[in-house]
Design a protein around this ligand. Structure first.
Ligand code: GLC
Length: 361
C-alpha cells in the first residue's frame, strides 16, 4: 500500500495561471448563495440528518481486485448498522480501473453495485467517495479529465436507481489544485450529474487544508438544494499521525498527548469557523473523515475521538470515522471484533439504545 505523506494537507497555489484564468472566468458566472436559495437547502439537510454517524470502508480492501487480501466480510454491513452507524463512506480509488479511454472496468462497477446493495439492504446510506486525491493533488488537469469521465459513467449507471445513494465528487481536493480550478471542476461535474440525477444528494469537499478557513474558498451553485459540504479533521497532525510509517514528518514521533483545554479550544474554534461559513452558505456540513493512527496512546485517542465526534454532533453535522479496518482501525479484522475503546468513544454506550440504535441519530 502506498500512501501520500502529510504534504497532501498543504495547499499550494502553484503555477496554474492559464488554467486558473479559464476556471475563474467560468466560476464567476455561478450565482452566489442567497437567503432565498438557502431556504431550499432542506433536501441536503434531510440527507445529512439521516446519515448521522458513519464509517469509511473498503479504501484499502482487495474487494475491488476480486477478493485477494480482502478482510471485509458481507456480515460487517449488518454489524456496522447494529452498532449504531447509519451510513458508510465507500472509498473507491477508481482511476486504476479505467482504461485508456477512461472507461471503468465493468467488473469493478458490478462490485460497486454489490457494495451499494449491501449497504442499502442493511439500512446504511451508501456514500460513493472517489478517493484518488493523491493523483488529483499532483496532476489536477489529468485528474479533471478522469474525474469527469468517472462521474459521467456513474451518473448514467445510477440514473433513476438507488434514490438513497449519495455521490461524493472527490476526496480531499487540494495540493496543486487551486481553489479556482476545484470550483470549476466541481461545478462542471455537478452539472453533469444533475442531467440524469436531478434529485440525488451530492457531497462536495472544501479544499483540504490544516486551515479551517479554507472552506471559504468554496463556491456553490445557489440553485441546487441537494449539496452537502464536507471537511476532514486531523488536527494536530503530530498527534493524529504519530508513528504513521508513511508520514515523512511524523513517522518517528511518539508520545504526543491530547486533551488540554487549549487542545479542545483549537477544535471548537475550527469547527465554529466552519459552522459560521455553513450558516451563511445555508448548507449542511459533513465531517467525512477524522481519526487517530493506532500508535497513539489509547486513552488520548479515545479522548480526541469522543471530543471531535460530540463537537460535530453538537453542530448537527453528520460524521464518518476514518476508518473501519486496516489502520486507524475501529474493527480488528483478525479477531473479528470492534476495537472497544474506539467504538465507545465514537458511539458512547449510553447513547445506544438496547437494540443497537443510536438514540441521537
Ligand atoms: C486521508 C485520506 C486517507 C488517509 C487518511 C489518513 O485524509 O483520505 O486516504 O489514509 O487521511 O492519513
Amino acid at each position: 500500500m502506498t500512501r501520500p505523506g502529510e504534504a497532501r494537507r498543504r495547499t499550494k497555489r502553484g503555477a496554474w495561471a492559464a488554467l486558473c484564468l479559464a476556471a475563474c472566468a467560468l466560476t464567476a458566472d455561478l450565482p452566489a448563495s442567497s437567503p432565498a436559495a438557502r431556504a431550499q437547502w432542506s433536501a441536503a439537510h434531510e440527507t445529512a440528518r439521516k446519515m448521522g454517524r458513519g464509517v469509511n470502508i473498503l479504501g484499502y480492501d482487495g474487494i475491488w481486485d476480486g477478493g485477494v487480501d480482502a478482510p471485509f466480510k458481507e456480515d460487517y454491513f449488518r454489524r456496522i448498522h447494529a452498532t449504531g452507524f447509519r451510513h458508510v463512506r465507500i472509498n473507491l480509488h477508481a482511476f486504476k480501473y479505467m482504461d485508456v479511454t477512461n472507461r471503468i472496468q465493468p467488473l469493478v462497477l458490478d462490485r460497486l453495485d454489490w457494495v451499494i446493495g449491501q449497504a442499502l439492504r442493511n439500512d446504511l446510506i451508501p456514500v460513493v467517495d472517489e478517493h484518488d486525491f493523491s493523483d488529483c493533488q499532483r496532476l489536477p488537469e489529468a485528474c479533471g479529465v478522469k474525474l469527469i469521465a468517472f462521474w459521467k459513467q456513474l451518473s448514467a449507471r445510477y440514473a433513476g436507481k438507488y434514490p438513497g445513494l449519495v455521490f461524493e465528487i472527490l476526496n480531499e481536493p487540494g495540493g496543486r489544485m487551486t481553489p479556482a480550478w476545484w470550483n470549476f471542476l466541481a461545478a462542471t461535474i455537478l452539472n453533469d450529474i444533475r442531467v440524469r440525477n436531478p434529485t440525488r444528494t451530492v457531497i462536495v469537499a472544501a479544499i483540504n487544508s490544516d486551515d479551517a478557513g479554507e472552506v471559504r474558498t468554496l463556491e456553490l451553485p445557489a440553485n441546487d438544494p441537494n449539496v452537502i459540504v464536507t471537511v476532514h479533521y486531523y488536527k494536530p497532525m503530530a498527534f493524529t499521525h504519530q508513528g504513521a510509517e508513511w508520514s515523512r514528518k511524523f513517522a518517528k514521533t511518539t508520545g504526543v498527548d491530547w486533551g488540554s483545554a487549549a487542545d479542545k479550544q483549537q477544535v471548537t474554534r475550527d469547527f465554529d469557523l466552519i459552522a459560521a461559513w455553513a450558516a451563511g452558505a445555508g448548507c449542511p456540513i459533513y465531517l467525512g473523515e477524522f481519526g487517530v493512527y493506532d500508535r497513539a496512546d489509547m486513552d488520548a485517542r479515545s479522548r480526541y475521538l469522543s471530543f471531535v465526534a460530540r463537537e460535530a454532533e453538537r453542530r448537527g453535522w453528520a460524521w464518518a470515522y476514518w476508518q473501519f479496518d486496516h489502520d486507524f482501525a475501529l474493527f480488528d479484522s483478525e479477531r473479528e471484533q470492534w476495537v472497544r475503546p474506539v467504538l465507545d468513544a465514537l458511539i458512547p454506550p449510553a447513547s445506544a439504545a438496547p437494540d443497537g440504535k443510536a438514540s441521537r441519530f
